[in-house]
Write a protein that binds this ligand. Structure first.
Ligand code: WTA
Length: 653
C-alpha cells in the first residue's frame, strides 16, 4: 500500500484471522453519526469541514476564518469569532431544559447532590461574582486544587465565565507539584478545599495547599476554600482566604455577563509530562477546543441531551476536562460525577451507580477495566446494566481480551466499544471509530477521525508499510490542538513540530503501526514518558525524585505494560537495599510528585544496562519488567548486568 495514511474509509478489507466487529444495527439506526459520507465530506472540504463542529456552539460574534495557517506551526482556529465557554455549557440550555439535571454527584460517604441547569447557572454566576469581588480579572490564571466535588466544574465554569483561564492541578499531587504549577502558570489565585475522604479517613488538603503557598515563589492575591468535610476537619482561614460557601451566599442571585472571548483566547492551561523533567503547560484556546470536544462527544461518544453519561476520569486530568465537563455540558446532557474509587465502599460501587442512574454512555480507562476483570464478572453481572448503549476507553492500549470482557459484561454483549486515542495536547479525540459507521477491531484504536490527518512514518517522515512500526504523527492542524505552551513558542515548536518538505507535522511521541485498513495499533511512547494508570509520567522526573533519596546512586523507571510503575535502583556500596530504603524512595516520590507516583515495584540492582554512550536502555528494562523476550544485548557496555537484573526481578516477584 503506497499511502499508509490513516483515513479510515477503507473498511472493506479484513486481515486474516482478525476479528472485525460491525456496529450493531440497532445502534446505527439511532446513532448521531451514521452516514459514511462524513469521511468523504471532511476529505473534500478540508479545514472548512470543521464548521460542523463550530456550529454546535453559540457564537457571540461569527468567526471570519476557519483556520489561519499563515504562520505554521502556530495555527489559529475560528479567528475573528467570539464566544464564552460557560455560556455554551450553561446559559444556552436554560431555554429548553432548565430543570434537566446537569450534574449528578455521588460522594464517598454515600452523599448525593444534583444540579439542574438552572441550579448550575445560579451557582456559577454567584461564584463568578465572588471571584470578581476578590479581584480576579479577565486573563488572570486561577489555580484549582480540588477533588471530584461539584465545586470543581462549577469553579472551572465560573472562571470561564469571566474569561479567567483555569489551571486545574490534580488533587492527589503533592504540595511541591502544586507550587511548581502555581509559579509556572503565573497564577495569583487558588481554589482548594479543607480536605476529602481517602477511604475512611479525612485527609487534610488545606495543609498541602498551605505548604505549597510557602514553597511557591509567587505570593497569591487570594485563596478560596471549599468546605468539603464539615465538622470532620476544622481548618482555619488566613486573612486572604475566603470560604467558598460565604462567597457564594453573598452573591447568590447575582448574574455576571459572560465575557466574550476571542476564539483564540486561552480557556485553560493543563500541566503534563513532557520529554524533559519539567512539566509542560499545555494551553487550549476557547473556540477550537470547545468545538472539537463538542463534536467528538456527539459523534464518537454518541452523547445527546437525553443521555445520562458518565466519564469516570478525574477532572484533574485532560479526560475529565474534555469529556467529564466541557463536552457533556456543551451538549446539554446529564453528567455523573463520582468522588470515590471504584472499589469503595465495595466492588459493587461502579455497577450500582450505573444501575441506579441508568447510565447510557460510560467512558473509562483500560486500567480500570483490568481491575474490574480482576475482581470478577460476578460484580457487574449482578446488576442491571441494560441502560448502557455505548462504552468508551482511553489512556492506554486495551487488549482484545479486555475489550471483549468490557463489551460482554458491561455492554451486554451488544454495545459498541470505542477505543479512543488522544492526548492532553490534542485536546479531544483524534483516532477512534465512529460507532454508527466504522467497524471495530478489538485491541486496535480506530482509524483517524474525519478531518484528522494521522500517519505512521519513519525517521524521514515517509509513511511505513502496513504492520511496520513507526512514529505516529498528525500532518495537518485540527481544532482541539494546543494553542501553545506556557513555556513559550520556542519550546512548543521544539517539543512537537517537525518541518517536512510538504509542511509541518505534529509529533505525538507515540510509536504505532497501521494496518491495511488504516487502523492504528499504539506501541507505546517513543520518548521518556511512560503511561501508567492512564496517566502520563516523565521518567526523568520520577528518576530525579528517586535519586534524591539518601543512599541511591541511579534509577530507571519503566511501566510494566499492566499499569504498574517499576523502578530499578542502584545504591551506594555501603548502603543496604532494604525495606526501609524502599519506603524512603516511595515516600520521596509521594512528596515530590504525589501518591499517584508511588512505584508498585522497586528492584535493587547492582547496575543499570547502558549503551556505549552511557544511555540507560529503558526498553530492555521494560521488557524485563513485562517478562518479555528481549533481543541481542551485546551492544551494551555492561551486558553481564542483564542476567543479574533478571534474577533480581525474579527474586523480588
Ligand atoms: C496514550 C489522555 C493507546 C498515548 C487522553 C498518548 C493511548 C497518551 C490511548 C496521552 C489509546 C491515550 N490507546 N494509548 N486509546 N489513548 N493513549 O496526555 O501514549 O494523559 O500519547 O491524555 O496516552 O496521555 P494524556
Amino acid at each position: 500500500m503506497e499511502d499508509a495514511g490513516v483515513d479510515g474509509r477503507q473498511t472493506g478489507v479484513i486481515a486474516d484471522g482478525e476479528t472485525v466487529v460491525d456496529p450493531p444495527r440497532d445502534f446505527c439506526e439511532r446513532a448521531v453519526a451514521n452516514d459514511e459520507g462524513v469521511y468523504d465530506a471532511f476529505e473534500s472540504e478540508g479545514p472548512a469541514a470543521w464548521e460542523r463542529a463550530a456550529a454546535l456552539l453559540d457564537w457571540e460574534t461569527e468567526y471570519d476564518q476557519v483556520l489561519d495557517d499563515g504562520d505554521p506551526p502556530f495555527y489559529e482556529w475560528f479567528t475573528g469569532g467570539e464566544l464564552n465557554a460557560a455560556a455554551n455549557c450553561v446559559d444556552r440550555h436554560l431555554e429548553d431544559r432548565r430543570n434537566q439535571l446537569a450534574i449528578r454527584w455521588f460522594g464517598k460517604r454515600g452523599e448525593r447532590r444534583s444540579y439542574t441547569y438552572l441550579d448550575l447557572h445560579r451557582e456559577v454566576n454567584a461564584f463568578a461574582a465572588g471571584l470578581r469581588d476578590l479581584g480576579v480579572e479577565e486573563d488572570d490564571v486561577v489555580t484549582l486544587y480540588l477533588p471530584m466535588i461539584p465545586e470543581l466544574p462549577i469553579a472551572m465554569l465560573a472562571c470561564a465565565r469571566i474569561g479567567a483561564p483555569h489551571n486545574v492541578v490534580f488533587a492527589g499531587l503533592s504540595a511541591e507539584a502544586l507550587a511548581t504549577r502555581i509559579d509556572a502558570a503565573d497564577s495569583s489565585y487558588l481554589i482548594t478545599c479543607d480536605g476529602y475522604y481517602r477511604r475512611e479517613d479525612a485527609f487534610n488538603q488545606k495543609s498541602k495547599a498551605d505548604n505549597a503557598r510557602l514553597r511557591a515563589d509567587a505570593d497569591l492575591d487570594a485563596a478560596v476554600v471549599v468546605d468539603r468535610l464539615g465538622d470532620a476537619l476544622a481548618v482555619s482561614l488566613g486573612s486572604d482566604e475566603h470560604a467558598y460557601g460565604d462567597l457564594v451566599d453573598a452573591h447568590d442571585g447575582e448574574t455576571v455577563e459572560p465575557v466574550a472571548r476571542d476564539a483564540t483566547d486561552l480557556l485553560f492551561v493543563m500541566y503534563t509530562s513532557g520529554t524533559t523533567g519539567r512539566p509542560k503547560g499545555v494551553e487550549h484556546a476557547t473556540g477550537g477546543y470547545l468545538s472539537h470536544v463538542a463534536w467528538t462527544t456527539r459523534n464518537v461518544l454518541d452523547v445527546r441531551p437525553d443521555d445520562t453519561y458518565w466519564c469516570a476520569a478525574d477532572i484533574g486530568w485532560i479526560t475529565g476536562h474534555s469529556y467529564g465537563v466541557y463536552g457533556p455540558l456543551a451538549l446539554g446532557t446529564t453528567t455523573v460525577l463520582y468522588e470515590g474509587s471504584p472499589d469503595y465502599p465495595d466492588r459493587e460501587r461502579v455497577w450500582d451507580l450505573i444501575e441506579r442512574n441508568a447510565v447510557t454512555v460510560f467512558y473509562t480507562s483500560p486500567t480500570a477495566i483490568r481491575s474490574f476483570m480482576k475482581w470478577g464478572a460476578e460484580y457487574p453481572d449482578a446488576h442491571d446494566l441494560s441502560s448502557i448503549r455505548l462504552l468508551g476507553t482511553v489512556g492506554e492500549s486495551i487488549t482484545p481480551k479486555a475489550w471483549r470482557w468490557y463489551r460482554e459484561h458491561v455492554g451486554g454483549g451488544e454495545a459498541p466499544v470505542v477505543d479512543t486515542w488522544w492526548q492532553t495536547e490534542t485536546g479531544a479525540i483524534a483516532l477512534a471509530t465512529l460507532p454508527g459507521i466504522t467497524p471495530m477491531k478489538p485491541g486496535k484504536v480506530g482509524p483517524s477521525l474525519p478531518g484528522i490527518d494521522a500517519r505512521v512514518v519513519d525517521e524521514d517522515g515517509e509513511p511505513v508499510d502496513p504492520g511496520e512500526p513507526g512514529y505516529l504523527t498528525i500532518d495537518s492542524p485540527w481544532p482541539g490542538m494546543l494553542r501553545g505552551l506556557r513555556e513559550g513558542d520556542e519550546r512548543y515548536r521544539r517539543e512537537y513540530w517537525i518541518e517536512g518538505e510538504d509542511g509541518w507535522r505534529y509529533r505525538t511521541g507515540d510509536g504505532a503501526a497501521v494496518d491495511e485498513d488504516g487502523y492504528v495499533t499504539i506501541l507505546g511512547r517513543v520518548d521518556d514518558v511512560i503511561n501508567v494508570r492512564a496517566r502520563r509520567f516523565n521518567t526523568a522526573e520520577l528518576e530525579a525524585a528517586i535519586v534524591d533519596t539518601d543512599g541511591v546512586t541511579e534509577a530507571a523507571v519503566v511501566g510494566d505494560g499492566d499499569g504498574r510503575i517499576v523502578a530499578y535502583v542502584t545504591t551506594r556500596s555501603d548502603v543496604d537495599p532494604d525495606d526501609r530504603l524502599r519506603d524512603a524512595i516511595a515516600d520521596g516520590l509521594a512528596d515530590s510528585i504525589g501518591d499517584v507516583a508511588r512505584p508498585d515495584r522497586i528492584v535493587f540492582t547492582p547496575d543499570l544496562p547502558k549503551t556505549r554512550s552511557g544511555k540507560i536502555m529503558r526498553r530492555l528494562l521494560e521488557d524485563i519488567a513485562r517478562g518479555e523476550e528481549f533481543g541481542d544485548v551485546s551492544a551494551l557496555r555492561n551486558p553481564e548486568v542483564v542476567g543479574e537484573i533478571e534474577s533480581a526481578v525474579r527474586e523480588d516477584a
